[in-house]
Design a protein around this ligand. Structure first.
Ligand SMILES: [Zn+2]
Length: 464
């Protein structure tokens, strides 16, 4: 796949548009610093700090210009932060992805070498189109700029500006007419180009993956290190007895089912038989634009919780909790769903992740039945689940995806939700970001994120 991707949290987008889109309709300019996130095949750059010009550092006169002192000042700040520099300017009446005029080309090129030498990172050029607030970006890693494939603005809504030359829109097929009529061709062209990853293809993840494929999304990934067992068959819709006998990888079953459901012309489906807790699993995940978290263990959920903020990839998480009486009857059931994005609390703040449990999981102790019993914990593997309720979890997560991308009513994703089965009540949870949340403070840190992955897992304790 071609091209890097630029992402910015919505607060940075708001700060930049407030400066670059002037009331008098003239072009304006400013600088920002960026961090880097290195995926397996994609590099992403994140605008984290806006560095507005001091008096005298830029001139507005139809075509805005800036002084060398301004660039030097921000390059020194960026170097101290181990970040790079971006030069941003506006095209007040532009719409969509913007090209580079001769004047702007020369202005960016003239500083590219200086910035590269001072920061060790390529200068980025970024343009804002005033008519629709669309971004476009390029990197000066050689004499001529390399164009980015996309720019993502990440908040309670995900807005993606695509470089149509590198990632062209695909005309909807006859099999997608009803889908397009639900949210219109613009949204359809945006979301079918998203790279969407489903982590964990058990009952919930397998259902979600097939529905994404049926929607026409071109590029999908599924990640799971596990294989199909006999005990999975009552929940994995589409998996066969033969799959269980051959102990087929869950991602292979998912790929087969997704291919038969897919409506895209030539869907790219990437089966990733690995764990998100490994460095290679994390790197593969960083190539995606949206991730569904369909895993129930604390460690992988903690990894996804971290990357949602540090790597600006919206993570849509969900899970079910079925509570039984001693005699085995169902006492209660509830399922929850939340999207992890800037502007919504992370799973530590919403009490979905407990640090002590994450560290037990990392030590392999949650696989040890003796330890679990002695510590009075609930076993995390093998908890009750039924296919007829897992559909409610996947439905809840998919509804978050629609709010994130199509944003009906311009509302974006909701606060964390919990559906309580016995009284049939849907609750919006009031959890907010805690004052010193280290996860959300690491917003846009990219490769300098809090390390949560490990190369080799401790040997799994035999579960038989
Ligand atoms: Zn938090």
């Amino acid at each position: 796949m071609g091209g890097e991707s630029l992402a910015l949290p919505y607060l940075v987008h708001d700060q930049l548009t407030a400066h670059l889109l002037r009331a008098d309709g003239q072009e304006d300019v400013c600088l920002a610093t960026y961090s880097t996130s290195t995926g397996r095949s994609r590099v992403s750059r994140f605008l984290t700090h806006v560095e507005l010009p001091l008096p005298g550092e830029r001139l507005v006169h139809g075509n805005a210009s800036f002084t060398g002192e301004y660039v030097l000042r921000v390059a020194a700040t960026a170097a101290a932060r181990q970040q790079g520099v971006a030069i941003l300017h506006s095209h007040p009446y532009g719409r969509g992805w913007q090209g580079l005029s001769r004047v702007d080309h020369e202005a960016e090129r003239s500083y590219a070498q200086l910035v590269l030498r001072m920061t060790g990172l390529p200068l980025l050029g970024v343009t804002l189109a005033g008519a629709d607030e669309a971004w476009s970006a390029r990197s000066w890693d050689r004499k001529e700029p390399s164009w980015f494939a996309s720019v993502r603005v990440v908040g309670t809504q995900l807005r993606v500006n695509w470089n149509d030359h590198l990632i062209p829109p695909v005309a909807p097929r006859a099999s997608q007419v009803r889908t397009v009529s639900a949210w219109g061709p613009t949204t359809h062209a945006m979301l079918t180009r998203l790279r969407v990853l489903v982590v964990g293809v058990g009952s919930v993840g397998l259902d979600i993956a097939q529905r994404l494929a049926a929607t026409g999304i071109q590029h999908l990934g599924v990640m799971d290190h596990d294989v199909v067992h006999e005990v999975n068959l009552d929940r994995l819709i589409g998996a066969t007895r033969d799959d269980a006998r051959r102990q087929l990888a869950k991602v292979e079953v998912a790929e087969r089912q997704m291919r038969s459901a897919a409506t895209a012309d030539s869907p790219v489906i990437e089966p990733l038989q690995m764990s998100i807790c490994s460095p290679e699993g994390l790197a593969a995940a960083l190539d995606y634009d949206v991730i569904f978290s369909c895993v129930d263990r604390p460690w992988p959920r903690a990894v996804l919780n971290g990357l949602a903020y540090a790597d600006l990839i919206p993570v849509i998480d969900g899970g079910i909790d079925i509570d039984t009486f001693e005699d085995g009857r169902m006492r209660a059931a509830s399922w929850r769903s939340h999207t992890l994005v800037p502007g919504r609390p992370c799973m530590s703040c919403s009490r979905q992740l407990v640090a002590a449990q994450v560290s037990l999981d990392m030590e392999g102790l949650l696989d040890d039945p003796v330890y679990i019993r002695r510590a009075g914990l609930k076993p995390s593997a093998g908890s009750p689940n039924v296919a007829i309720l897992s559909a409610s979890v996947s439905a809840a997560q998919l509804a978050h995806f629609v709010s994130l991308t199509a944003a009906p009513g311009s509302r974006g994703v909701p606060a964390p939700l919990r559906y309580v089965l016995s009284p049939h009540i849907l609750e919006q949870l009031r959890d907010a970001t805690l004052e010193f949340c280290p996860i959300e403070r690491a917003l846009g840190q990219g490769d300098r994120r809090i390390a949560m992955t490990r190369s080799a897992r401790l040997p799994a304790v035999d579960r038989s």
